[in-house]
Design a protein around this ligand. Structure first.
Ligand code: AGP
Length: 608
């Protein structure tokens, strides 16, 4: 997620902008820039890399002035380069913008502007906004901005400076956050509260569809449709550290609750119209897809668990032989990878050593590598033939949550994409899946709105020594992820296995009171999994089921039920994983561990 900072007042703008951006660094970024209005011009300084590089540039080439905007970019469109860094301007340089979010109709807008002679200098969707404002400008920046954003769809927090109107900053919020800060004879703007705290604790949160006009004297709030909006200020009592977590006690909980928006961003611009899904950085064609004989999926940890879901999807829907293996296993077992195979390499960081090595090995044998990753410009994204960015935004907690959920949706998108190219996915079935995909963010939110059952269960199982997770098919893939979440942050020993495997040994470990989590969403194996549930229940296990909210049977079978909204069985992992993420989090809370930085673990295992 990008960081935004704006200032208008009596101070020199640059030190305030840099200080504010440095307080947003925890959000993760790969380039930074500032723009200051002074003497009839807006001066821009920007560079790929960290804020330190921007500071060096500003020391060499300072910019005076006390009206300015600043940005740290987490790349979504276009590599992290000096050119793609924000701010962006129109060709005249009169209109300067910074932006957080994704412009959904990026491609048609780009073509439309180019056809009217606009010369675009970057690969970003943001630059389009500066050109649109320039087109719409008739002497009033507020109206020009209003008209311009009506032509763009998607998620954005947009901030605009204009050389002709240096006395004000205009901004618009649509999904991506924006906050106004009230100083003494000065006003501030930021994407997140931590950037404002050194200057003020009196803030106003901008809502979706609202436009902000900031002057030295204060702020005017309007709706995009026109008309003023009044809203009272909020006095922030958080410490800076609490503010970085958005008021959540841990980044992990913040990221669990960011999942609805993360999924929205993963889907944004990719489910256009009735046609196949749009994957802007994937360039497979029908010939390749129809000739495809095998898909390999590889990754480590949670990424591997996401790949287990992909394996079921590709085999079940595309009827394509698909193998999922740990990258640290695949790379050493001389796999029979052939030219023409497709390798889906999954990695949130795009830097996991074993996953990079496995992908390189497969590529050396003629396979085509498609990366599913969250980091634009990561090693994996640069070495792969195709990339599907998950767009989850920076994931700070070591325990992966929103990256995992967006990896799942990324593979569903890939399945739809390949099914359309291969012509073996019925259009009505594809439409069904697309419609259900589109409402998943809301269904995840429904689960998050009712955490009480999970918190209560966590208190019951927090003292357990061993917890088992079982399921069949896609439910088994979810059980694997639920088990990893629990053990990596609560340090409770946990094991996941296919429900059918229990009686082949592990059942010996089930004693009265042993918690067993049974994931039960797959209709075609429901009865079979229930027999696994009854096997453990007969041994006195405390059975916790993850099941659909309208499942009429489960309440009679399980001791506790964590309910999820009904969805297509192929998409159920996206919902079933959420209660298990919360369970792991609340058990770890009960046990008082360092949740964001669990012992012995790193966020990205870049060594072998
Ligand atoms: C999961 O919660 C862990 N953080 C870990 O298993 C992680 O998924 C694994 O190390 C892979 O990381 P990557 O996705 O960055 O490649």
């Amino acid at each position: 997620m990008c960081g935004i900072m704006g200032y208008i007042g009596e101070r020199a703008a640059i030190p305030v902008l840099l200080d504010g951006l440095s307080r947003l660094e925890y959000r993760g970024y790969d380039s930074a820039g500032v723009a200051v209005a002074h003497d009839g011009t807006v001066h821009v300084r920007k560079a790929a890399g960290k804020l330190s590089r921007l500071r060096e540039i500003l020391e060499r080439d300072p910019v005076p002035g006390n009206v300015g905007i600043g940005h740290t970019r987490w790349a979504t469109h276009g590599q992290p380069t000096d050119t793609n860094a924000h701010p962006h301007t129109d060709e005249s340089g009169r209109f300067v913008v910074i932006h957080n979010g994704i412009i959904e109709n990026f491609l048609p807008l780009r073509e439309e502007l180019a056809s009217r002679g606009h010369r675009l200098s970057s690969d970003t969707d943001t630059e389009l906004l500066a050109h649109l404002i320039e087109e719409e400008y008739r002497g009033d920046l507020v109206e020009a901005t209003r008209r311009a954003v009506r032509r763009a769809s998607g998620a954005y927090a947009l901030v605009v400076l204009c050389a002709q109107e240096p006395h004000r900053i205009v901004a618009v919020r649509m999904i991506s956050p924006l906050v106004v800060g009230f100083g003494q004879g000065e006003m501030l703007l930021a994407s997140d509260i931590p950037a404002l705290l050194p200057y003020t604790r009196d803030v106003l949160v901008v809502n979706d569809g609202e436009l902000v006009v900031l002057t030295r004297e204060g702020v005017q709030l309007e709706s995009l449709e026109g008309g003023t909006v009044s809203r009272s200020r909020m006095h922030v009592t958080w410490t800076a550290e609490q503010a970085e977590r958005g008021g959540f006690p841990h980044f992990m909980l913040k990221e669990i609750y960011e999942q609805p928006r993360a999924l929205q961003e993963t889907l944004m611009g990719r489910l256009d119209g009735d046609g196949p899904v749009v994957l802007e950085d994937v360039h497979l064609d029908a010939a390749f897809a129809r000739a495809l004989n095998k898909i390999w999926i590889t990754g480590c940890g949670t990424a591997y668990h996401a790949g287990l879901v992909g394996r079921y999807l590709f085999e079940r829907v595309l009827h394509l032989p698909t193998e999922a293996d740990y990258a640290h296993e695949l790379r050493y077992r001389d796999p029979l990878v052939r030219a023409g195979d497709l390798v889906v390499a999954i990695s949130q960081s795009g830097e996991t050593a074993d996953t990079l090595a496995a992908a390189r090995l497969c590529r050396s044998r003629g396979a085509r590598v498609l990366a599913v990753t969250n980091v634009v410009g990561s090693t994996l994204s640069r070495e792969a033939d195709d990339v599907l960015y998950t767009r989850a935004g920076p994931e700070i907690a070591v325990a992966s949550t929103k990256a995992y959920l967006t990896m799942l949706v990324g593979q569903v998108l890939l399945m739809l994409y390949l099914g359309s190219l291969r012509g073996n996915l019925r259009a009505d079935r594809a439409r069904q899946l697309v419609e259900e995909l589109a409402v998943l963010p809301r269904k995840v939110q429904e689960i998050l709105n009712h955490p009480a059952p999970v918190e209560a269960l966590a208190r019951e199982v927090a003292d357990s020594e061993h917890v088992y997770f079982i399921g069949r098919g896609l439910d088994y893939a979810v059980a694997m992820e639920g088990s990893l979440k629990l053990k990596e942050i609560s340090y409770v020993h946990s094991e996941a296995m296919p429900a059918g495997e229990l009686k082949h040994g592990t059942l010996a470990l089930v004693t009265p009171g042993t918690p067993v989590v049974v994931v039960l969403t797959q209709a075609h194996v429901y009865e079979k999994t229930v027999s696994g549930l009854q096997e453990v229940k007969a041994r006195g296990a405390r059975v916790v089921a993850v099941a659909y909210e309208d499942d009429p049977e489960i309440g009679k079978l399980a001791d506790r039920v964590l309910r999820i909204p009904r969805t297509d069985d192929l998409l159920s992992p996206v919902l079933a994983a959420v209660p298990l993420q919360l369970l792991a989090y609340w058990v770890a809370r009960e046990r008082g561990h360092d949740i964001d930085q669990p012992r012995n673990l790193a966020k990205s295992v870049t060594v072998e």
